[in-house]
Design a protein around this ligand. Sequence first.
Ligand code: NAD
Ligand code: IPM
Ligand code: MN
Length: 348
Amino acid sequence: MAKNIVVLAGDGIGPEIMASGLAVLQAASEKSQYSFTFEHHAFGGAGIDAYGDPLPKETLAACQKADAILLGAIGGPKWEQAEKTPEAGLLALRKALHLYANIRPVKVPDALLDCSPIKSEIVKGTDLVVVRELTSGIYFGEPRQLAADFAVDTNRYHEDEIRRIIHQAFQIARSRRKKVLSVDKANVLATSKLWRKIAEEVAKEYPDCTLAHQYVDSAAMKIVQQPTSFDVIVTENLFGDILSDEASVLPGTLGVLPSASHSISGISLYEPIHGSAPDIAGKNIANPVSMILSIVLMLRQSFDYQELADQIEQACFAVMAEGVLTPDLNGTATTEEFTQAVIAKLEE
Ligand code: NAD
Ligand code: IPM
Ligand code: MN
């Protein structure tokens, strides 16, 4: 049976990298026993333009029935003043689907060693995962208020929300190097003190793994100083957002980092960690690797199509190793040229 993929291309470079990712998936799947149907829906700024709502009802309904969801990126200057912004729509989608576990793998392939602004002997072999809590914390805590002369945000965590994301981190660590680092600000924040206590409790259930703690300011420094020392980093919503963008400096661009978001119900959403990149949108120069690797994560984690995932991932890395790179990696390939090169590689 064909898998039903809901596609939310979104805004800015979202539709460009989505077209690339879907073309690669289509080419790879045609030669396989697997098939997919793609249902496109308006979301983000595109949802506002079409329906006056960044998360139109029919889009949410389609997502709830999908086998998996692919998201490009949302947002942009056009909608910054909207009553409900594209970003608010994204948070509403994550909340509605209970996508609490956001997995952001960061690998530096040898092909990109020269693209990193950090010395290659430091970044070589980097292979870490940021496990970011995605449906709670300061993004969602109440009360929140914006007045003319003061503003309030609330960081709030319930122990159950901490427990389930720490479990995710240990489960992932078990299939890797078995090292979990919990990142917090427990020297200051109450939420972090609770986070640390729950992390310690959960760790007892995983005696085959180690747990360490680090403050977020220090972890931010260490990620660029000694990236190969990390295996699994688990952290709250805001810290995970910041640390994962920081980690994109290791491969040299945000344009190669994918993510997977998992829920309790089983529905998962796959999206690059970056945004809609308004500065390069419409120029056919966006790096589609983040989207292609998000599709690879979907094939692995939602469908267990490991062979198809391997083929696409290997083709993508082989093309980069041959020096076919988009301008964010100092190359000259357009988005379409890179895509065609991956498709040609799949056919070799
Ligand atoms: P951004 O991630 O869109 O861009 C940051 C920088 O990285 C830019 O210079 C951009 O050109 C570059 N970049 C990002 N992706 C790239 C790619 N695939 N190829 C080449 N270069 C790439 O962050 P921003 O500029 O701060 O935000 C732009 C908009 O995106 C905002 O509206 C923001 O709210 C939104 N946003 C959305 C998401 C999402 O959809 N999940 C994530 C982050 C930001
Ligand atoms: C991300 C983005 C979002 C976030 C924004 C657009 C709401 O930065 O997906 O990383 O902060 O989660
Ligand atoms: Mn972000």
